[in-house]
Design a protein. Structure first.
Ligand code: ATP
Ligand code: ZN
Length: 765
């Protein structure tokens, strides 16, 4: 007998090895001498030692390799399979669908420590609050201790691992101090099965639409049947409550629930929402985790220890002992698509897994992607609509402000110079009114930094990235104006992170007339400060809270921002797309979009869809409490057909119109796409490789071939990117062509020193 092994090498094949010479190469507890299918083994591969997965047992006669060339494995690492048959089946499916080598697929599926061959049993320190401890055990002046205690309290009676707590901003010194005071204790998590899930708080009374949605999901669960649901509910319609009540039935039946969330929403609040409803073992899986913790999470999923699993994209590839339901929250979100190596879409994989495990899958969103609407039309997803907000909250009305009719507000500096704030008086008036009424305002600007362009007024020179086809963004802070070389003032490329000083004179013509153009969140915040500051003291009358990747870089910064917002006092929030996703700010009653509609002018055919999704998601932050909300869209193109359609008829009708257009043009989802990208040191070589690839397309391929053309940002990080798009009416046909064509393309002589990648169902090109 031989072992067929998948190894983490970029080759589209598996490898045959023989059994080890003696049983010392097998782990203790192995019942037979044969490493089981799905277990890890160590082998010699050329001059390297690699760890692979046994994927089949075959007879020596069935191997293509002559017997005397076959080497024995060095050792087997697992007495039991670490991947069961369904996980291996999924690996094969991913390899086939995404045309990616099986060994590399498995490498993406497994946590680093598993891949490195580490033992699966870990001893990880956890912390929990001792029973009988209450808030009264704190002196009034122990504020910081109390705050840290409260963070642990969010995790419920089982507490959480030290890694997670530190990640959330707790400090080791405080854990020790609280321990010494006898308020909390550390423990090593036991391997016993977790206690049955209990309700920690009572469910809300559902409205009719919610009831219907919960009922159909539970029915599918009880019938042990896969059904894909599109939970299409307007912002603030209570989709989470639908998830919670559907989950309840699944958890009470002793099954696990997987909840996928986009990258950004993963603040402690995400967890708190589920922890406050269920006393359960909740596991969080996200990119900020260290390797040990990731392995612990993977083990908890695999053994069934984890009852509720909340994770970002890659959690969909985890093994589960007894999965009962998958929820994909904000299913339209772009972060579900992996953009390198195995380019999978987590929502598609979730649907596959649901089908495989006979469990329902719920895709929840207020702004369904056109792909998901098409699946509804094709009868592959069941749509449940939530068209109202529960209670008194009403969906905010949207209104356009024509920025051509009124000039934007001018402000004067202390030195007497005038500058443009980029905000119309109508917008400023509405902001003022809202603040005076005691409410909060959210202003959405999807561009961080101070300004997107530095320009010489004399000769037209612009500060560009030497490595990319892109302008350098000006990062600047007027507070540190005295020293223009200070760390808070610099030029930066947002694509490759190149940094440079801000020049004092134009490098081309020597003029001192350098100026910034356009507006980022920092500049907008400063302009707002100038407008809304007390003119006598120049002190802020209202806090201006900037929320973007620059201001939330530190671990606990989101937490602090969240707290400031939730104090509820009047404030202006200025945010990038980070604020669009799923946040609940009950005191925001006005949302302003000063130039969000620009995306309707982009050349990318997906841009209108993505722009509209973002606008609706941001707009959805208005009026979620008891007061109704308003959304003001400041635009220079008030007659834009798409914009009018969105504002007048709403997202769904807008999306339906786009879907119709895609059908007429034969674009996805009314066709199926594969995108080939080629990356190299010169434009000529990369283009030539793709021309050669076209030349070997099989006759009668029946696909539309677009390209080779320069990628949207052709030069990035000093490398050139060229691409080729294949579009097919029929998915099977596209995959048949790829099956015969892709591997020969990789072997083309002209592709030798270049990086060629294949992206199935690409989301941007
Ligand atoms: N049946 C109900 N009765 C009363 N309040 C409810 C009900 N369902 C949900 N809510 C409340 O409505 C608010 C909005 O709900 P939720 O955040 O789940 O909306 P959502 O659909 O997820 O919105 P978004 O897409 O914007 O994230 C929450 O405060 C929630 O507690
Ligand atoms: Zn760059």
């Amino acid at each position: 007998m031989l072992l067929q092994v998948a190894l983490p090498v970029p080759l589209y094949r598996v490898f045959d090895y023989s059994l080890p010479a003696d049983s010392s190469a097998l782990p203790n507890g192995t019942s037979s001498h044969i490493p089981p299918i799905g277990s890890r083994i160590e082998v010699s591969f050329g001059r390297q030692t690699l760890i692979g997965i046994v994927i089949a047992h075959i007879a020596a006669a069935d191997s293509d390799v002559p017997v005397n060339k076959i080497k024995p494995i060095n050792k087997c690492l697992d007495a039991e399979p670490i991947l069961d048959a369904s996980m291996l089946k999924m690996a094969h499916w991913l390899a086939r669908y995404y045309h990616y080598p099986l060994g590399d697929v498995l490498a993406v599926m497994l946590p680093t420590l598993v891949r490195q061959g580490k033992p699966l049993d870990l001893l990880i320190t956890h912390w929990r609050i001792l029973p009988h401890v209450s808030d009264d055990d704190f002196r009034a002046n122990a504020k910081k201790q109390k705050q840290q205690f409260d963070m642990l309290k969010l995790h419920g009676e089982h507490g959480a691992s030290e890694d997670i707590l530190l990640l959330e901003g707790m400090q080791r010194s405080f854990l020790k101090a609280l321990e010494e005071k006898g308020l909390i204790e550390r423990y090593i998590q036991s391997k016993q099965a977790p206690a049955p899930v209990k309700l920690a708080t009572m469910p809300l009374d559902l409205n009719e639409e919610q009831q219907l949605a919960v009922a159909v999901i539970i029915a599918a669960h009880e019938a042990k049947q896969y059904t894909g649901f599109l939970l299409n509910g307007i912002t603030g319609s209570g989709k989470t409550e639908v998830y919670l009540q559907a989950m309840q039935a699944v958890l009470e039946a002793g099954k696990q629930v997987l909840i996928l969330v986009p990258e950004i929403g993963l603040t402690p609040q995400t967890r708190a929402r589920f922890a406050s409803r269920f006393a359960a073992h909740i596991v969080l899986l996200h990119s900020g985790m260290n390797n040990t913790h990731r392995l612990q999470g993977w083990q908890d999923c695999r053994t069934g220890h984890a009852q509720i699993i909340i994770g970002t994209r890659s959690a969909v590839l985890y093994p589960f002992a007894n999965l009962g339901l998958i929820v994909v929250d904000e299913a339209h979100d772009g972060s579900y698509k992996q953009q390198d190596t195995l380019r999978y879409h987590a929502a598609d994989v979730a649907l596959y897994r649901g089908l495989q495990a006979n469990v329902p899958v719920v895709l929840g969103t207020a702004t369904p992607s056109l792909e998901h609407l098409k699946l509804v039309d094709d009868g592959k997803l069941v749509e449940c609509q939530l068209q109202t907000r529960p209670g008194n909250a009403k969906l905010a009305t949207m209104q356009l402000i024509d920025a051509r009719l009124q000039s934007t507000h001018q402000q004067t500096t202390a030195a007497g110079a005038h500058y443009d704030t980029g905000l119309t008086d109508a917008l400023i008036g509405a902001i003022q009114q809202t603040l005076e009424a005691g409410d909060q305002v959210l202003i959405f600007l999807n561009r961080r930094g101070y300004a997107p362009v530095l320009l010489c007024e004399a000769c037209g020179w612009q500060a560009d990235c030497p490595r990319c086809d892109a302008h350098l963004t000006v990062h600047y802070n007027s507070q540190s104006q005295s020293n223009s070389y200070s760390s808070s003032s610099y030029l930066k490329c947002h694509h490759c992170d190149w940094q440079a000083y801000i020049p004092t004179v134009c490098p081309d013509c020597g003029s001192q007339n350098l100026n910034t153009k356009g507006m980022g969140t920092t500049r907008l915040s400063e302009n707002l400060h100038a407008i809304f500051a007390n003119p006598q003291t120049s002190k802020e009358l209202y806090p201006i809270i900037q929320i973007d990747r620059d201001t939330t870089r530190r671990k606990d910064s989101w937490e602090n921002i969240y707290q400031r917002i939730n104090e509820g006092t009047p404030a202006i929030l200025v945010g990038t797309q980070m604020v669009a996703k799923g946040h609940h700010f009950p005191n925001v009653t006005l949302v302003c979009l000063p130039n969000a509609d620009r995306g309707f002018l982009s050349a990318d055919f997906r841009s209108p869809e993505h722009t509209a999704q973002l606008m609706i998601q941001v707009a959805g932050r208005a009026g979620r409490g008891d007061k109704s909300g308003r959304v003001l869209i400041q635009t220079l193109q008030p007659d834009n057909e798409l914009l009018l359609k969105l504002v007048k008829d709403g997202y769904l009708s807008f999306a339906r119109k786009l879907l119709q257009e895609r059908k007429m043009m034969g674009l996805p989802p009314h066709s199926h796409a594969a995108l080939i990208r080629c990356e190299g040191k010169t434009l000529a070589a990369t283009t030539q490789a793709l021309k050669d690839a076209i030349a070997i397309l099989p006759n009668g391929h029946n696909l539309a071939v677009l390209g080779p053309i320069d990628a949207p940002m052709s030069k990035k990080n000093s490398r050139y990117h060229v691409q080729l798009l294949l579009l097919g009416k029929d998915r099977q046909q596209l995959h048949r062509v790829l099956n015969h064509w892709w591997q020969p393309v990789l072997a083309l002589p002209s592709a030798k020193y270049l990086k060629l990648t294949l992206d199935i169902d690409p989301v941007g090109w």
